[in-house]
Unconditional design. Structure first.
Length: 444
């Protein structure tokens, strides 16, 4: 069933993102005390009293004429979401009363004939009490005083939202996606452009400047009859380059998105002719510590000449030991080169990530390998008694052995290499858990 959109609007810095965060369970918007923090819209499913709706937080809307193309994009995106909304939550700052820009937004909402709930935010402030009756002049029937920061009257707001939603458009709780994909990389490598290409719509703001995306943007796409969550994240810069509080929050939100995903699409700017330390560390962290499937996408191939190509290949050779384990693809978001190959490759990697091995097959494979090439700690043989795969995505295997403390990274790598040689597991990590074998007769 089509989602019912409830859109939060208002001028900049009135508390829209703080309100979104109070209502949203799965997604969090950046909320700082200065203008223009939210640029793209973000959304999440909210359920209340057996009704569910799609809550959308827009960037601060300004109708002032501006020569800044980015501000124009923010305004147009917000307007497009308002036009598609079944219900608009119009947030105003009660401490200052009605400002000219509030009147402009109200006029637009009346013109669009939208069902509107006016929110007088910061109701717990004494100044708000002095201005509270002004808001009747906006011409809307539903006016609710709340405190987004302290959660005052949030339940009343949700009650009103559910009451005002068209009954035929309320929906059941959304089913979980088959899997999740996150776009990662440095600023300005093309993550937002790729999101727009894959979703086939202008979902993210794209501008020729780093740091345009400030918070994770989630879209649900359908591929091979599977629902997949696709998340675009803020660009991750080196720690010493992150100075402002907002950038620190952007980096943290990107890492949270990484922890909650299955597959990482790590974008690299091929025109730079090198894979920098930060990018290899990010790929290594995702693959070996978070156990996420990883695909490297070398973007901006339209800017790569023969010299740049040779430089990039030389840069990659240093990390061959790791890169041979993950998939990669040369793409160009500008010319659409290989964009159509991304999702089929993702599907292939997901299938590998979800591999289930027959228990007997793993036992035989590993034990035969140990017979051909025994492992020792000094002169003591290291024995494997049994294996057990306990989950997929990521593939997780328990090794029951005689001396777990002597099974270090090199011994575990032995089993990983055997498994990768037998099966095509490119792009996916394998998690091994080493446990001491306890004979059944010894168990209580």
């Amino acid at each position: 069933m089509k989602k019912t959109n409830v859109v939060i609007v208002g001028r900049t810095n009135v508390g829209k993102s703080t309100l979104f965060n109070k209502l949203s369970v799965n997604v969090k918007s950046l909320a700082l005390d200065y203008e223009g923090v939210t640029r793209d819209f973000i959304e999440d499913e909210v359920c209340w009293k057996d009704s569910c709706f799609n809550l959308v937080d827009t960037g601060g809307v300004s109708f002032k004429k501006s020569s800044d193309p980015l501000l124009e994009k923010i305004r147009k995106i917000a307007e497009s979401r308002i036009e598609k909304a079944a219900l608009v939550v119009f947030v105003c700052d009660g401490t200052v009363g009605i400002l000219p820009e509030d009147k402009t937004i109200a006029k637009m909402l009346h013109k669009l004939n939208k069902n509107v709930i006016v929110i007088i935010n910061k109701i717990d402030n004494k100044q708000t009490q002095e201005h509270i009756h002004e808001f009747n002049k906006l011409g809307f029937k539903n006016i609710i005083g709340i405190s987004a920061e302290h959660g005052t009257a949030i339940g009343d707001l949700l009650d009103t939202i559910v009451e005002e939603l068209p009954a035929q458009e309320t929906m059941k709780e959304e089913e979980k996606p088959s899997y999740k994909i996150v776009l990662l990389g440095k600023p300005n490598v093309g993550k937002s452009s790729l999101l727009n290409l894959i979703t086939k719509k202008n979902r993210a703001i794209v501008a020729d400047m780093p740091g345009t995306t400030r918070e994770p943007l989630k879209e649900t796409i359908s591929f091979y009859k599977e629902d997949i969550h696709l998340v675009d994240t803020p660009g991750i810069r080196r720690k010493r380059a992150v100075s402002e509080k907002i950038e620190t929050m952007m980096v943290k939100s990107a890492f949270r998105a990484l922890e909650d995903t299955d597959i990482v699409l790590l974008l690299v700017d091929s025109s730079e002719g090198t894979l920098v330390d930060q990018e290899i560390k990010l790929a290594f962290y995702a693959f070996t510590e978070q156990y996420k499937a990883v695909i490297l996408l070398f973007n901006k191939q339209d800017l790569v000449d023969e010299d740049t190509k040779a430089q990039l290949e030389f840069s990659l050779s240093e990390y061959k030991f790791f890169l041979k384990k993950i998939e990669s693809l040369n793409i160009s978001c500008k010319t659409d080169k290989n964009i159509g190959k991304i999702m089929p490759l993702v599907k292939k990697v997901w299938k590998r990530y979800s591999t289930e091995f027959p228990k007997e097959e793993l036992d035989i494979l590993f034990k035969e390998a140990l017979e051909k090439k025994p492992l020792f700690h000094k002169t003591i043989p290291l024995r494997l008694y049994s294996t057990e795969q306990i989950r997929t995505a990521p593939i997780t295997i328990i090794l029951k052995v005689n001396y777990p403390e002597w099974f270090g990274s090199s011994q575990v790598s032995f089993f990983e290499n055997i498994l990768r040689k037998k099966y095509d597991l490119k792009g996916v990590p394998i998690k091994f858990l080493v446990r001491k074998n306890i004979p059944k007769s010894s168990k209580k």
